[in-house]
Design a protein around this ligand. Structure first.
Ligand SMILES: Nc1nc2c(c(=O)[nH]1)N[C@H]1C(S)=C(S)[C@@H](COP(=O)(O)OP(=O)(O)OC[C@H]3O[C@@H](n4cnc5c(=O)[nH]c(N)nc54)[C@H](O)[C@@H]3O)O[C@H]1N2
Ligand SMILES: Nc1nc2c(c(=O)[nH]1)N[C@H]1C(S)=C(S)[C@@H](COP(=O)(O)OP(=O)(O)OC[C@H]3O[C@@H](n4cnc5c(=O)[nH]c(N)nc54)[C@H](O)[C@@H]3O)O[C@H]1N2
Ligand code: SF4
Ligand SMILES: [Mo]
Length: 886
């Protein structure tokens, strides 16, 4: 690709390199070590998100357009006045792992260094905080010891609470390729059957929250079978005896582990034997571990097993916390969490605050940790925090108890939000700052394996959108610290960050990128991806860490940490007998501000469903596609039901992605509890007590519209997907259709004045169809179908095509009756790259007797581009053969 810019994907922590052109054409960067040219479907569709439509273009104050100068003056003035009256702890920043390191560094310096409060926290509190705390307890600093090659060089990979196939697809692809070559064993530990577990040698569908018992049992097993590496432990660790004693208390016998985890003793024994016997073992863990009221103990229970066996930092061995966001790691390096200082220094490390005070020339440096995310929003509600700046995160949807968070934002006297698009959070802002986004801004990110890569701009930001670091520095200058916030470009911020990492380091802090402290503009422009540590004078990038000890603790030793077993923060009871588990889908990213713009990314899962186990569905009388009312102690929502044999009985899974902009069911965060881990402060997002009841469906409908609408009709469930020229809403009615249908129709589609109306009514078959045309173009279409009636709704794709082009006068009477519109709904797409559906794949497998994913790829192309659908292709293959054999 000539003229392409080398940049990095803004989605997950794999951190894939991307070659991008101004027009949005892009492909994987073959030279980037993380992905070697591959991209998953989200990354591959990035070019389709670069439309300026809907972007925030200008600063807004109180809902009215303002200049940058007046908006920034106001932010500085209100923060200054609030601090003068109520002290520095009355203000706060809430930032994000989607900030670039340079944005993050400036935000942290402004709040902790100059405003003098610890009140800067980040959405990493919802994501990585338990891993950070676990690493810090065990290693003395927040360090991931391994590298991606370890997943390829291991003989056993254990995935704990990680749906790697969907959430880190390119890394999963690397693992699968390696398994093909060396026969790596894969154990998946997840209460739910997932695309990841479907390809595993062993899936342990443990009871939610019981990981500590499982890993305590593993430690006891390793000790009991002579697998502890005594020499390594003696040389490089402390705390082994206490950790083992606690493990033996928590998990005295295999039967006790079976009781606590709900697993079969034979399965547990198989896992223990496999781990014990396999020197080259990697344990990858993610949100099933972190997002838990026992998250830090879960992390340490895993780390204990690797420390006890000395399996750390050597090829194919080690614990591996994979990061979620593109720059979760960078945020941790600059100290973006309320309880960290910058550059891996901590409030409680002797000398650290003083060192930072001198480096920054910041006499006002915060002296104690600030409020953690959940507490921070509570403090807004109680009036302690009176001014907040939210950046690159959407807490009105993503924090637990979302309604309470919205109430907190409404109660807070001064709310600043910087974002690229309108969100449920920006709607609550007093000052809205338009941020430059991916492809427009310049800086660095760090991926899961400590690799720092550049994000480089290849298009200009729309309107007046500007980079976050610039906004923050402008406010710092306006608050009176011109000299300290004087950078002209992100390269200068990065240099300072690198210099700080090396400042009075002497090998005491693993995070040292001193080699970059003298980087000039040209060097920054051409910077190649590199892994830290990279101290001044280093000749090669950082590699695996801690194989020979050298932990950043006062005595250089790692610590095994006792992890007593505690159950869930809130267990199911008679009123709320189920558990709500939340997480991710393959083709959406978080609150959908970006992925929700791309039609092909909606094919895989067009509606947010609540997935039940077959036994629960039968008990509740719930049918696939039917409605389900979910209630937790915190909120209620009506969703469409789905049934999956891989779902554990007693648990309901709902994706985290859909917001008020995309569905009447709003963010599932409304229902999620906010019990937090006592060490990390990370909320338990995967286990909230829940009640469910089936709601009868009276009618179904489709609403096609050029603009995105949000019907507010009682008893109506809707969810929206983008289509090429507009939006398509799926409607499911819980109230009977009224005898007089016209008022309902008018409310739903809000036809513009002067629009031409077409309709067909067939009440006998329970079917009504309406269209409005403006200047010969379809403006909206509404199809309603009584449940149980004899007609059927068309496919969304056929309907969406009506927005294309002009409709000739003569064609108008037949517009709503075309053959395409009478056809059966199209099949669900499995391969988003080539648009290949499940029925097509099944038919091909059976017709042509295919037995491998490669054959499917050769015949249909499915799975040959990004590979994200390969786990599902494998499942379809297996199911088709099972059905054929039955
Ligand atoms: N497609 C896609 N990819 C993404 C993202 C996205 O939004 N979309 N987001 C990125 C981000 S920020 C993150 S943090 C990562 C998250 O990546 P993952 O952690 O892999 O994703 P989740 O779906 O949140 O949760 C993983 C699994 O934890 C399981 N789980 C729930 N409770 C328990 C438990 O008690 N024990 C165990 N062992 N497992 C449990 C869930 O059933 C779920 O399958 O994904 C990143 N990648
Ligand atoms: N129930 C439940 N809740 C969860 C989770 C879960 O598993 N279950 N997972 C949690 C986890 S792990 C995470 S990471 C969070 C994610 O939650 P959020 O961070 O709230 O989700 P995003 O949708 O990624 O929000 C990022 C926002 O930043 C904007 N943005 C993108 N780029 C830029 C930029 O350069 N500058 C600025 N200023 N804005 C930008 C986007 O438009 C978007 O509005 O959700 C958490 N919440
Ligand atoms: S795996 Fe996909 S989402 Fe993650 S960085 Fe790579 S291309 Fe982006
Ligand atoms: Mo995350």
């Amino acid at each position: 690709m000539t003229g392409a810019v080398r940049t990095t994907c803004p989605y997950c922590g794999v951190g894939c390199g991307v070659l991008a052109q101004k027009d949005g054409t892009l492909r994987g960067d073959p030279a980037h070590p993380a992905n070697k040219g591959r991209l998953c479907v989200k990354g591959a569709a990035l070019g389709e998100t670069l439309d300026n439509n809907g972007r925030l273009l200008h600063p807004m104050v109180g809902g009215a357009r303002a200049s940058w100068d007046s908006a920034l003056d106001l932010v500085a003035e209100r923060f200054r006045a609030t601090i003068a009256e109520h002290g520095p702890d009355a203000v706060a920043f809430y930032v994000s792992g989607q900030c670039l390191t340079e944005d993050y560094y400036v935000a942290n310096k402004l709040m902790k260094g100059f405003i003098g409060s610890g009140n800067i926290d980040t959405n990493s509190r919802l994501c990585m905080a338990s891993s950070v705390a676990g690493h810090t307890r065990a290693f003395g600093a927040d360090v991931v010891p391994g590298v991606y090659e370890d997943l390829e060089e291991a003989d056993l990979v254990v995935l704990v609470g990680s749906n790697l196939a969907w959430c880190h697809p390119v890394l999963h692809g690397r693992l699968q390729a390696a398994r093909g070559e060396r026969g790596t064993k894969l154990v998946v530990i997840d209460p739910r059957g997932t695309a990841t577990s479907s390809g595993a040698d062993l899936h342990l569908a443990l009871a939610p929250g019981s990981d500590v018992a499982l890993f305590a049992g593993l430690l006891a097993h390793l000790a009991g079978t002579g697998r502890v590496d005594q020499a390594w432990v003696a040389a490089h660790a402390t705390g082994f005896d206490a950790a083992l004693a606690t493990a033996r208390e928590a998990a005295p016998t295999l039967e006790r582990v079976a009781e606590l985890t709900g697993l079969a003793p034979a399965d547990i024994a198989r896992f223990y034997a496999l781990f014990a016997a396999t020197e080259r073992s990697v344990t990858v863990y993610s949100q099933g571990v972190n997002q838990s009221a026992a998250g830090t103990d879960k992390a340490n229970a895993i780390l204990n097993c690797h420390l006890a066996t000395g399996r750390i930092g050597r090829p194919g061995m080690g614990p591996f916390s994979v990061t979620g966001q593109p720059n979760a790691m960078g945020g941790r390096e600059v100290g973006g969490l309320a309880n960290q200082l910058a550059a891996h220094m901590r409030f409680d490390t002797p000398g650290a605050p003083d060192r930072l005070r001198r480096f920054w020339d910041a006499p006002n440096l915060a002296t104690r940790p600030g409020l953690k995310a959940v507490e921070l929003f509570e403090a807004m509600l109680s009036g302690r925090v009176k001014a907040v700046w939210i950046m690159a995160t959407n807490p009105a949807d993503s924090l637990p108890r979302a309604d309470r968070v919205r109430a907190a934002l409404a109660a807070c006297p001064f709310v600043v939000v910087s974002d690229c698009w309108e969100t449920d959070t920006t709607r609550l802002a007093d000052v809205l700052l338009p941020a430059a986004g991916w492809g427009e801004k310049s800086g660095t990110v760090t991926n899961s394996e400590r690799r720092i890569s550049r994000q480089r701009p290849f298009r200009t930001a729309p309107g007046e959108a500007r980079a976050d670091w610039w906004m923050l520095a402008e406010v710092g200058r306006r608050m009176g610290w011109a000299k300290h916030f004087a950078w002209e470009a992100p390269a200068a911020v990065f240099r300072e960050h690198a210099a700080l990492s090396a400042f009075e380091n002497d090998g005491t802090r693993t995070f040292d990128i001193g080699a970059m402290a003298t980087l000039d503009e040209a060097g920054y422009a051409t910077m190649q991806p590199f892994r830290w540590p990279l101290p001044a004078g280093a000749r090669q990038e950082g590699g695996r860490l801690f194989a020979e000890g050298g932990f950043p603790t006062p005595d250089g030793r790692a610590r095994l940490v006792p992890t007593p077993f505690r159950g869930l923060a809130a267990a199911p009871d008679a009123a709320f007998p189920l558990l709500l588990n939340t997480g991710r889908l393959r083709d959406q990213w978080h609150t959908m501000t970006r992925t929700g713009l791309v039609p092909r990314l909606s094919d895989h899962a067009p509606v947010p469903s609540a997935t039940l186990a077959p036994a629960d569905a039968a008990r509740l009388g719930a049918a696939p596609g039917g409605l389900l009312r979910l209630a937790s102690p915190h909120g209620e929502a009506v969703l469409r039901a789905a049934i999956d044999a891989g779902q554990r009985e007693g648990e309901v899974f709902v994706p985290m992605h859909w917001t008020d902009a995309f569905t009447s069911a709003g963010p599932i965060g409304r229902l999620v509890g906010a019990a937090i881990d006592p060490v990390s402060g990370q909320p338990e997002l995967k286990a909230t007590p829940l009640r469910a009841e089936a709601v009868p469906v009276r009618w179904r409908g489709l609403l096609l519209h050029r603009t995105a609408t949000r019907p507010a009709e009682p008893g109506l469930h809707w969810s929206r997907v983008p289509v090429a020229a507009g939006h398509l809403l799926e409607l499911t009615g819980a109230e009977p259709l009224p005898a007089e249908i016209a008022p309902l129709v008018d409310r739903l589609r809000a036809a513009p004045a002067g629009a031409e109306q077409i309709h067909i009514a067939d009440p006998a078959r329970g079917s009504w169809r309406f269209a409005t045309l403006l200047d010969g173009r379809v403006e909206s279409c509404l199809f309603l179908q009584r449940e149980g009636g004899r007609a059927s709704l068309p496919s969304g794709a056929a309907l969406a095509a009506l927005l294309d082009g002009l409709v000739a006068e003569a064609a108008r009477p037949g517009l709503l009756a075309g053959r395409a519109l009478s056809a059966k709904p199209a099949e669900r797409n499995v391969c988003a790259c080539f648009g290949v559906g499940v029925a097509t794949i099944r038919a091909a497998i059976l017709d042509r007797r295919m037995t491998t994913v490669a054959e499917i790829g050769a015949a249909l192309s499915a799975g040959t581009n990004c590979g994200s659908c390969v786990p599902e292709l494998r499942e379809i293959l297996r199911d088709a053969h099972a059905d054929a054999a039955a």
